[in-house]
Design a protein around this ligand. Sequence first.
Ligand SMILES: Nc1ncnc2c1ncn2[C@@H]1O[C@H](COP(=O)(O)OP(=O)(O)OP(=O)(O)O)[C@@H](O)[C@H]1O
Length: 263
Amino acid sequence: MENLIEIKNARHAYQTASGPLPVLDGLNVAVPAGTFAAVVGPSGCGKSTLTKLVAGLMKPDEGEVWLHGERVTAPRKTVGMAFQNPVLLEWRSILDNVILPLEIVAPKMATKDRIDRAMELLEMVGLAGFENKRPSELSGGMRQRASLCRSIVHKPEVLILDEPFGALDAFTREDLWQTMRDLRAAEPFTAVLITHDLRESVFLGDQVIVLSGRPARTQYVMDVDLPADRTLDVLFTPAAADMLHILRDQIKIAQGRAEEGGV
Ligand SMILES: Nc1ncnc2c1ncn2[C@@H]1O[C@H](COP(=O)(O)OP(=O)(O)OP(=O)(O)O)[C@@H](O)[C@H]1O
């Protein structure tokens, strides 16, 4: 399968007032088209920096970033993004928030087609009937559902999810995992998901990439060999338990705590 995203041996240091801060040192990522890569690693190791490379928002000091066989050297219009804070515009309705990327990427698209496309997604995530509400009238989980719709409304070549479920309570988070799974089944996309939640990485990922502590290198890559139409029950199977165990051990190594006993 063709790799839609490829990061080859990226190295980078941020220039700060107190000198260079190395954040990436041997980052290698390969995400085949139509698959979902979950990225985990210690706090502050460089996960968000990785997403900036993919979106073309910054260039690494060394190494290469490729998207669809093209070298990434400038910001890409065709990247969809969703963050922990949904940042919906309060002066727009939910429908108009979801439509926003189409106004930028497809300015000539007919208004009716934009509305139909946004409504198709809002229905898929269970928000039909809420399209005329303002963001503040919705719960946190509903806002994040709207944010997911907005991130894929323009069918981006890559979807970047930077801890989109991190601020939600555990039950809402699991609901959203299932919503994400259903969206993927309806319209396949290639995604990079940053998360601190190993269960989330196994439930949603086709692969889980473990980054080392800062400066981040690709420490470990796990192929998640579970069915694409997985249900939450899969997380209680021996296969998933084994994967979670390995990932926890890898995180301890990344944190420099491998020698500690117990988990
Ligand atoms: N523009 C910048 N200039 C200087 N330092 C930066 C800049 N952006 C990030 N950093 C620093 O680089 C390091 C890596 O940041 P990054 O946001 O990529 O980590 P992260 O793994 O996403 O963090 P977290 O797990 O806390 O979300 C951090 O120490 C951060 O303070």
